[in-house]
Every structure is written in structure tokens, then in C-alpha cells.
Design a protein around this ligand. Sequence first.
Ligand SMILES: Cc1ncc(COP(=O)(O)O)c(C=O)c1O
Length: 373
Amino acid sequence: MDYREIKTPAFILDLDILEQNINAYQESAHKHNKRLWPMIKTHKSTEIAQMQSNAGASGFLAGTLDECESLQKTGTKNIMYAYPVADKHNISRVIELSKNCNFSICLDSADAACLIDEAAVNSGVAVQYLIIIDSGLHRFGVQPQNAAELAKALACKKGLKLIGITTHPGHVYAGSDPEHVRKCALDECSALKTAYEALKNTGFACEIVSSGSTPTFNNEVGDDLINMVHPGNYVFNDVIQIANGTAQQSECALSVLATVISHPSEDIYICNAGSKCLGLDAGAHGNDSIKGFGLVKSHQELSLIGLSEEVGKLKAGGLTKLKIGDKIEIIPNHACSAANMTGYMYGIRKGCFERFITVDMRNNSGKPLTNFG
Ligand SMILES: Cc1ncc(COP(=O)(O)O)c(C=O)c1O
């Protein structure tokens, strides 16, 4: 079936492009002798994770414990959770994961670490952790020169085991030119080097030195010290990656197919895909260089100037042949947010529907077994 016959709105995933993206990053990681543990919060799909693993990914970085548990249930051995936890239910989940696979967590404070340590000691496990280093995003993380201080404070904890350091140069998304991308990649490498040296000089070894973002991937993959990389968005790419020079439109795998349902005035058209398909992101972490809420393929004259929940408002900036009933295809500004809006995608190849790709690892997609656990 021609994919344009699919009911709208629909999430369309071009499988050729998806596979090309997965293979290109994997080959580069392989060439540079780096472990690629992709960040899977981008797609939240066990099927896409399996494709990454088949291509050579030896583990995964996850953005939620739901993702960690889904991966573990499907037999994934190496799972890293990107953020700290600090409530008793999530601490128990971390301990269960530590019992069942090669699990690690990322921490940036003694307070959260001590909460985990206490529960881990009671359960007889040592939870593996990496120290999060702030390389410029100023979200999580200790300053690089303070990494050894945290390691020292936690050295006596029997329920914790330091295995490395990690960072995410998310400040790369605050700008949109290649020079800014290069600067952020330098930030991540130098922050990790400073932290690594500080730890080494105090007697702490780092088995893992990890970092990742899609825009900085090409720089970090060639760094001498970094031995594990975590790009996520690269599987799909999106308008943000086009804007910062990381990807071209032909490398964007995910789009939303919509139908024009109204033409209320001369240059305004309404389509049946809104914020509940595309998300409202202009750009991750503060990029305001992106105009509009997505890129309409093959219609340079159209701007997606507004989104309500279920409909989008398009403005024609010149002559257009668009009419009610036409199908349009929109590349989301931020594919990670868009993919989280659906339970499945239509996997297409050469313009024809091939198979559904399920998005089965979304937060709260699995109910807890007990009342509040
Ligand atoms: C901690 C962490 N690592 C890696 C990534 C992947 O970055 P990207 O989506 O730019 O590939 C993210 C994304 O937000 C992240 O939060």
C-alpha cells in the first residue's frame, strides 16, 4: 500500500533512512573503537533497540526506569540509567535492575548516593555508578575539578561502586551553527579530561568515560579518552539537527502524515496534526533559531505557524497549489518528543507500508504490579 493512503494523522518511519542512520553511527563508533550505547529515550521502542543491537550496539543508555526494565525483560545485559533517583520505589527498582543485569546509574550528589547506598547494603548488592560531570549544560553534574571530592565522599559506601564518569553536552542545542557545535564538543572532552585526571590523581580509576549527543558525535567519537558514546536522536534526526548542520532533510526518518482539512482564508490552511503529534518544541535547551513547529516536506512555501492540540495552522508564503484533502508530510522539530506521542509508527520502505514499529517503552506504559510500587 502506498503510504499516502494511510489514515491521518499518522507517524511515518522511513525504514531505509532509519537503518542508514543506525549503521552510519555504529560504523563510525566501530572504526574509532568506541562502545556505542545509544540513548533510547529518543524512540522508546524495543524493536528499534533490537535493530541498534543487531548493528553492534553493546548496551543502552536509558532516560527512564521504565525503559531500563523493558530492556532488561527483553534480555539486554548492559543498561545504564542516565539520571539519579531519590524516592524509595525507584531506589528499589534500581536495586532489582542491579541484581538482574549489568546495570549502572549516573549520580551527582552524595545525598542521592547515600539513599541508594542504604537500600543497596540492606539488599546485599553494590550499585554501579558513574559521576555526572557538568560540561556546560548546567543541568546535572559536578564541576569537573570536583569529581574526586564526590568519589572520596562515597568511597566508604559498601552499596556503591564507582565505574566511571559521564556527561551530556546538551548546551549544544542552544546554538545552531557548526562552530557552536565544535565548541560544545571541545567542552565535553575537556570537562571529562579534567575530571578523569582529578580522579586518577586521587587514586580512582574510571573504567567508563562516556558522553554523547547527536550533534557532537563526530567530534567525541574521535576523542582519545572517551570510550563510550550515547547519541540518541540520530536514529530519526529532525528539524533541530537540520538547523545545526548535523543532518540533511534526506536523513530524517520520522515524519507526521496529515491531511489539509480547512482553508479559512487566502493564505491560511489547517491540517489534522497538532501538538499531540508534533510536540511544541521549538528547539531543545533554548534554541530559538527554529521558526515554526515542523518542516513541511516538498512545500517550501508553507510554514507551520501554530499548533492546537489536534490541528495545525499553515501559512502560505507565496503561490501554493495546496487544497483541502491534500496530504502533507511534516518533519517534527524534535523527533524525540514526537515519537513519544504515539504507540506505533508506520514503517515504510520505498513509499510503501512494510510493518508497524511499536513504541512500547513509554513512561507509564506498563502498570506497576502492586498498588503504589
Ligand atoms: C544524558 C543524555 N545523554 C545522551 C542524550 C542523547 O542526546 P541526543 O538526543 O542529542 O543524541 C541525551 C538526550 O537528551 C541525554 O539526556
